[in-house]
Every structure is written in structure tokens, then in C-alpha cells.
Design a protein around this ligand. Sequence first.
Ligand code: DQA
Length: 144
Amino acid sequence: MPTVYVLNGPNLNLLGQRQPEIYGSTTLADVERDCRALAAELGLEIAFHQSNHEGAIIDLIHEARRSAQAVVINPAAFTHTSVAILDALNTFDGPVIEVHISNVHKRESFRHHSYVSLRAEGVIAGFGVNGYLLALRHVAKLVG
Ligand code: DQA
């Protein structure tokens, strides 16, 4: 079964409590559960992680080089700051899909630029937590 790493950046551990008017009331545990249920339907194996630390996310991307066929990543604030995460993703051979829960283009201008978009095959923004599921459906078509 193809394996997909689903990676989440800083503050997403607080999903459901953090600015619910922007990010909704679903928790990251709910997102993980829904991703696992859909992955089982689609015939994908999932490794689901969250970290508040840039280096830890980079280590997970390096791990994905050996263990995964695709990466779905919500880099959160690192989207807009991290050349290091871009560089790590550039060492990964399979498809990368960037997910944002909110529509970053409707928000502050500093959220309009993404380093990760320079690598991502596709970007999903503004579909709420459903964006993760849309990303998995697309990944299943690419690597399934
Ligand atoms: C986010 C958007 C980012 O700008 C923000 O820093 C986040 C979450 C989103 O999912 O909408 O933490 O990636």
C-alpha cells in the first residue's frame, strides 16, 4: 500500500481551540481520524504527525524520503518563513500537496507568499479541514 505522510506545523495541535472563527472547532485528532478512515477506503497507508518545531518537521520529511510515496503538508506559519522546509521537500521525490485550512489569500498579506508552493504539485486553501481529505483523494489518484 502506498504510504502518505500527513504533516502539520506549529499551533495546529491547538486546532479546535485556536481562533475557531478562522480554523473551526474540529480538533487535529478529529482530522487524523477522518484522514485514516478515508485512507483505508482509498487503499493508502497514513503517517500523521504534528510538530511545533521546524527541525522536527524537516526530520519527518527526511523520513518520508525513505518511507512514503507522497506528502500532504500544512506547514502552518512555516509556510511563509521556511526556506529549510522548502529545501527538505525538494529532496523528496513524490508528489507534495500543500493544505491550508483557511483561505490564506483572503488574510494578511504576509500569508500570501508560500515557500512551500514553489515545490507543491497543488495547493488547497480555504476548504476548512476538508482540505486534508481533498488532498488525500488527489494523492490516491497520483500514487494509488
Ligand atoms: C494555516 C494558515 C497559516 O497562515 C497559519 O500560520 C496557520 C494555519 C491554515 O491552515 O490556514 O497556522 O496554514
